[in-house]
Design a protein around this ligand. Structure first.
Ligand SMILES: CC(C)(COP(=O)(O)OP(=O)(O)OC[C@H]1O[C@@H](n2cnc3c(N)ncnc32)[C@H](O)[C@@H]1OP(=O)(O)O)[C@@H](O)C(=O)NCCC(=O)NCCS
Length: 170
């Protein structure tokens, strides 16, 4: 199976923040942003694997900046590492200044998707070849994040998480 690069899965969704999608402070409701990120990540995982994909876990979400009503929000997702059937998707969220058009990073998140067949059984996906330095950094750290996610889900013994443990002993 031929490997792919992150560009091939890159998915960009741009949309407005409407009043019905905000909290009492008139900022984007967290659950709405999670849904937008899930949609972009799902398309990225599908583009990489060309299979049915399901969300296996949300590994990390940082709501660093509130996003006011009326903002133009861009959610950018790409596969950051592919394992056997699972793919880590890194999502960057940008907000566009109305006057200058300058984009500011507002949030980021990391989701794990699994490619499955019609019966829901996991299937093998292509490997990922990172190209830029940022893609290489994200690729490198993805194995530790997978181990942490599996340990927290009770699917891996902490002792078996070799690369994750090395973070604390280096
Ligand atoms: C995701 C799902 C397919 C995994 O099934 P499973 O029986 O755990 O299958 P496996 O143990 O073979 O794991 C499959 C892959 O998922 C990975 N995985 C499973 N749980 C994970 C977690 N919590 N975090 C990270 N990776 C996980 C495994 O490491 C494995 O990766 P690999 O093949 O790349 O090594 C299954 O749990 C499922 O269908 N969940 C529901 C998905 C869904 O409906 N999502 C929408 C939310 S409502």
């Amino acid at each position: 199976m031929q490997s792919k690069n992150p560009k091939e899965s890159r998915t960009i969704l741009t949309d407005l923040v409407l009043p019905s999608e905000t909290n009492p402070l008139n900022n984007l409701f967290g659950g709405e942003l999670l849904a937008r990120m899930d949609r972009a990540a799902s398309i990225a995982a599908r583009r990489h694997s060309r299979r049915i994909v399901v969300t296996a876990s949300v590994n990390h979400v940082a709501f660093n900046k509130a996003i006011p009503v009326g903002s133009v929000v861009t959610v950018e997702a790409a596969v950051s590492r592919a394992f056997k059937s699972s793919m880590e998707i890194y999502i960057d969220v940008w907000v566009e200044d109305r006057e200058s058009g300058k984009r500011t990073k507002a949030n980021e998140a990391i989701y794990t998707f699994v490619a499955v067949d019609e019966t829901g059984t996991p299937v093998i996906v292509p490997a990922l070849d990172p190209e830029t330095q940022l893609e290489k950094d994200r690729f490198q750290a993805a194995l530790r994040r997978k181990q942490l996610s599996l340990v927290l889900a009770g699917k891996m013994k902490p002792n078996d998480a070799t690369e994750l443990k090395a973070l604390f002993t280096e």
